[in-house]
Every structure is written in C-alpha cells, then in structure tokens.
Design a protein around this ligand. Structure first.
Ligand code: ZN
Length: 597
C-alpha cells in the first residue's frame, strides 16, 4: 500500500507567519490545522498513487522521473509539515487529535534533515541503493547474466552444491558497492530523525507500535522465545535430511546449516527443499493441477478469492477493480511484477497489480492481496490519517489469515476438489506450511534487530558484515558458504535493506495471521483441529472480522486486536496450536540427534 503525500510550499509559509505573530495556540487551532492537513493530504495522495501506479505498470525513464519527483516532494513537504506541527506540542489535545499528530510525525520511513541539500543527498542515495538492487545481475559467463528472479528460480530447483554456492556468492556481490553510501544514508536519516525528536531512525520505527520502543523490543523477545522451540525442531530435522543428501562434510550434524542449501538466496523460506525431506510431495492435493483442470484464467483465480470474502458477508469488489487491475504480465512492456494491492482514491478505486500464473503459490498470493483490498475498503470512512492498518503487521496478516483457510475441505466446498482425500495427510501438509511460515520467523526478526543496532550506532560500519552473520547464526542457525569480510556488504543483497523498507511487520504478521485465523475459526463455530479449519461462508466470522478492519488505525492496535480475538497481546499460542501435531512428529524424528547448533 502506498501513502505518499506532498504539500504546497505556500501552505507552510502561511502557517509559519501565523506561528510568529500569534500567541500560544489553542486546541481549536490545532484541530483546524489538522483538518486542513488531512484534506490536503488526501487530495494529494491520489495524484501520487496515480503517478506510482503508472510507473509500476509502464516503466520508462519518463514515468520513473515523474514518480521519483513525487517521492522527493513528499519527503520535503512532510518534513516541513511535521516542523509546523511542533507549535502545538505541549498542548493538551483530545486523544483522537493527539493520535493524528503522532501519526503525522511517524509517517516518513526515511526522515530527512531540514537542510535541502542534505535532504536531496538522502533521497538520491536512497534511490541509487534501490536501483542498484533492481539492476543487480550475476554473470556466470559473459553471455549468461542472471537477475534475482532467475537466481531464485535456479536456487529453488538445483541440488548441485557447487552451482548453489556459485549463485549464492555471485548474487551477494550486489551489496559491495552499496556499503559506503549506506553508511552515509544512516547518518543523514538519523539526523532527520533527531530533528523531529527521536533518538535515531530505528527508535522512530519502533515508536510506531503504540508503546515505548523498549517495551516493543521486550515484546518481540517474548514472542521469539515462545516460537523458538518449534523452529529448533524444524531446523534439526531439515539439517539431518540435508546431511543425508549432501554429506556431513558439507552439513555438520551439530552445526549451522550452510545458507546456500535451503532453496532460497536468503535462506528465508525453505519450501523449495520439501522434495529432499523424504515425504510424498503435495500429499494428494495438487492445487496447481486442480486450477489447471478447471481451465481457470488469472481473473478466474481472483474470483475465487473474492468469493471467499463475499461468502463471509463482504460486498463484492467494484466493477473498476476488474477493469483497472493488472492480472497478467504484459508482453510488450516492463512492469513491476512484485504483487501489490492498491487503493488509489482511498475509497473505492481498489486494484491489484500482479503477474499471475496458474499455480498454487499464486492462488495464495491472490488471497493475500485481496486481504489488503478488503481492509482498505473497510476503513475508508475513517479520517485520512487513520486510513491504515492497526499496525503494519496487521495489514500483512489479513490476507494470510484467509490463505490459511485454503484447506482440502475448502477446495472441496468451492468445487475445485472432487473429494477430500481420506487418511492422514496432516504431517506432509503441515511440514510444507512450516517450511514457509515457521522457517521465516527468525529471518523476519533479525533484519531489523540488525538495522536498529546500525541506526543506534551499537554496530559501527567496521562491523556491519560481522554483526550481520553473528545474528544470522544466533537466530537462524545458518552460516555463509564462503568466508565473509568487511569488504562485503551482505545485508544489501536483501531488497528491504537496499530499498529501506522496515521488516518487523513480516515477523509480526507471521504470528498475527494465526491469531486472526483461530479467532475466525472460533467465531464460525468450528471445534476440530485448528489446521483443518476453514470458515468459508461464515457470516459470524465475517462480521467480527469487519469490526476490527473498519477501525483502521484510529485506535491503538491492542484495541483492534481485542475486537477480533478478545486478546490484547500479540501471542504465538495459535501458531503453536496449529503446528502442534507437526512439533510432536518432528521431536520423534529428531530423537537421539542434537537440536540447535
Ligand atoms: Zn502484502
């Protein structure tokens, strides 16, 4: 979701003058300031959304320039607006208004210094880091250059350890030239954060969770300790199977797993190595085959996603969604294929931008993206600054909670699967899910643990890469396939570091989605094992879901969580319940073997 905004300079000059000449401001003035700000922000966000949409659907030098322009102006104007809002500090405001002032202050991901030359330097560095990543290629031979999509595909399918090591090492070269600019980026962004009252950029990011930054850090540690035993069981089982495949020389039975052998350039999700784990693949339900047997086109796949929401009582998507979305990769132009959901006018102009193929992972993606769209429409009556997820983890978790309900039972109910397979397919299915959703947990956690230390100065540039690998060892139990040093900059080989996108939202979402899912199952009256639950057609679940969704960001997130789940804490209990049969099975398989590294 995009929320880019910019203001007319004139607007600020007007306020600046007023600030100099008027006495202490009143609550009424603060309210007036905020009303004008929100009206203007709402209006301008549409223009920025349109520019970005056109760029992403039609990449040329011209559309890139237009979109980049909007970005720079957004940073300039938001920074200025936050500055203007300072005159209301110390004023006792009603809670809703105070919340808007807070959200305004937190709205920039890379806060910029007021000095225009420094601000331009910051935005230019940010753009150059992102495009270095986007243009990144590894050339195995002069005429065999691979972009990251190709590298991901080969690393997902290849079982040749030398080829995997070569690709891993080749891709990680993309970070090397970023290092010096990243150091400068950190310094400039920290300066911007300090100018608006935060200790550093990381502290500012952590302030986005309706609690003091230290309390948020402590909460994350609690969540990690809760789910860590499950991760350790999975890690030990996968390690033993990889050792059987590649030998103890390459995969030590009691040490970390080499990061190039897990089917993914970042070792962040492991579903691609399922065939190495000695269980029947797809366990009887091959969703790709079912979709193809129905002769579905991409729009037809999206219809299934929409129908899930409609069955729960949500209104159908507007006609314009079907006319304006991008469903398939165009043949004649470059587009940003990375799937995303949009709300162009902050009201009804909902769209998705995808390059769908008829296959199981894209069927899940459809449900995920529509989760964003239905959330956006549910909170469209909120004031502009509240038109957002309760926190950024919520927005990512909505569609994933629905995607968890794509069970064999669901596929049968919607007519895709003739007969729910008999017998016990739970373990293969749960293991597949765990390779995706449990394997990700420590990775989702460590990206920002590292970045927060970089922003705070606890990790200095002299130790960037060392601390990165210390954390990957500590949390994930993985090790690089070749020696790394401070000439390397391996964090830059991950998009969200190069592109400066906060990452903790994905860790939170991977926990929250199970919490939402369990609450929806309970609301629908389901009482069986959690992992077999689907709530298709439950108006009760839909009504409860909508109650939370329509709140947007108007209240602290624990209030929103409570409406759906009755709980005020993010909690890993639902995730553990979902995977309980797998945990038991893994622990039996792991008997006599070392767990941990
Ligand atoms: Zn998403």
């Amino acid at each position: 979701m995009k929320r880019l905004v910019f203001f007319l300079a004139l607007f600020f000059f007007g306020l600046a003058l007023e600030a100099q000449t008027s006495p202490a401001p009143t609550v009424a003035q603060a309210e007036e300031f905020m009303n004008k700000a929100e009206a203007r922000l709402a209006e301008l966000s549409i223009k920025v959304n349109q520019a970005t949409w056109v760029h992403d659907n039609f990449i040329t030098e011209d559309t890139e320039a237009l979109a980049a322009d909007a970005n720079d102006e957004n940073t300039a104007v938001t920074t200025e607006l936050v500055e203007q809002a300072k005159r209301f500090e110390g004023l006792q405001l009603p809670p809703e208004l105070a919340r808007k002032f807070k959200l305004l202050k937190l709205s920039l991901t890379a806060p910029a210094p007021k000095d225009p030359a420094l601000r331009r330097e910051l935005t230019q560095i940010a753009a150059s880091l992102e495009s270095d990543y986007g243009k990144g290629k590894y050339c195995r031979k002069p005429d065999d250059c691979l972009d990251i999509t190709s590298i991901e595909n080969i690393m997902g399918a290849s079982r040749d350890p030398n080829e995997l090591k070569d690709l891993w090492t080749g891709w990680h070269k993309v970070g090397v030239p970023m290092r010096q600019r990243y150091v400068r980026f950190v310094a400039l962004s920290n300066q911007g954060a300090r100018e608006i009252g935060f200790k550093d950029t990381g502290a500012m990011w952590r302030s986005n969770y309706d609690m003091p930054p230290e309390a948020f850090s402590a909460d994350l540690e609690r969540l990690w300790q809760q789910v860590r035993p499950l991760y350790l069981s999975l890690h030990a089982y996968v390690r033993s199977k990889l050792m059987q495949k590649y030998g103890p020389q390459l995969v030590p039975p009691d040490g970390p797993i080499p990061a190039h052998l897990l089917g993914n350039p970042w070792a962040q999700e492991w579903e691609n190595i399922f065939p190495l784990l000695g269980l029947p693949e797809n366990s009887g339900v091959d969703v790709t085959a079912l979709l193809k047997a129905k002769n579905l086109d991409p729009k037809g796949m999206v219809k299934y996603g929409e129908n899930f929401f409609i069955s729960m009582g949500f209104a159908p998507l507007p006609q314009t969604f079907w006319e304006r979305s991008l469903f398939v990769k165009p043949r004649d132009r470059d587009v940003v294929c990375h799937a995303s959901a949009w709300d162009i006018d902050n009201k009804d102009d909902l769209r998705i931008k995808t390059c769908l193929q008829i296959r199981d992972v894209d069927f899940v993606t459809v449900h995920h993206e529509l989760g964003h769209n239905f959330y956006q429409r549910a909170y469209k009556h909120q004031p502009f600054l509240f038109e957002n997820g309760a926190n950024d983890g919520f927005h990512e978790a909505i569609g994933d909670a629905i995607a968890l309900a794509i069970t064999p039972d669901y596929l049968h109910k919607v007519g895709l699967l003739e007969k729910v397979p008999e017998g016990d397919n739970d373990i293969p299915q749960l293991l597949q899910q765990a390779l995706d959703r449990v394997a990700f947990l420590p990775f989702g956690l460590l990206i920002d643990q590292w970045r927060w230390k970089v922003f705070s100065g606890e990790v200095t540039p002299a130790d960037y890469n060392k601390s990165w690998w210390d954390m990957r060892l500590k949390y994930q139990g993985v090790a690089p396939p070749v020696a790394r040093g401070e000439a390397d900059f391996d964090p830059g080989a991950k998009y969200h570091v190069a592109g400066n996108v906060p990452y903790m939202r994905y860790f939170l979402a991977h926990i929250l989605e199970f919490q939402f899912y369990r609450a929806l199952c309970q609301a629908s009256g389901y009482t069986g094992p959690l992992h077999r639950c689907t709530f298709l057609g439950s108006k009760e679940a839909g009504a409860k879901f909508n109650k939370m969704l329509e709140m947007g960001q108007s209240k602290p997130w624990p209030d929103a969580l409570e409406v759906l789940t009755g709980e005020r804490q993010i909690d890993g209990g639902a995730l553990l319940e979902y995977f309980a049969p797998l945990k038991k099975w893994l622990d039996e398989q792991n008997k006599g073997q070392k767990v941990g590294w």
